[in-house]
Design a protein around this ligand. Structure first.
Ligand SMILES: [Zn+2]
Length: 84
């Protein structure tokens, strides 16, 4: 059977003013290499979840999850201006 639930192969990690993603869990205050290649220190404060998502991590996380990124042109006429 291949229908068993599997956890996401990445975790969101707020760090250094952006929401990055990492392959494994990163404890608060620990430094780890994010999917974008940057080393950052995790900070799980309330305001941290309001930070902007790291564009490179977002793309990498979508690829890991097997979910294609939605192109900006498909967002009902809105321009997200997220091109790197
Ligand atoms: Zn990142």
């Amino acid at each position: 059977m291949s229908t068993a639930w599997r956890p996401h192969p990445f975790h969101w990690v707020p760090a250094d003013g952006q929401r990055h993603a990492s392959h494994g869990r990163v404890a608060d205050g620990d430094s780890s290499r994010m999917l974008c290649g940057e080393y950052a220190v995790a900070f799980y404060g309330v305001t941290a979840w309001l930070w902007a998502t790291c564009v490179t991590c977002n793309i990498a996380a979508h690829e890991l999850a097997g979910v294609p990124m939605v192109r900006a042109g498909h967002l009902e006429g809105r321009s997200v201006g997220a091109e790197a």
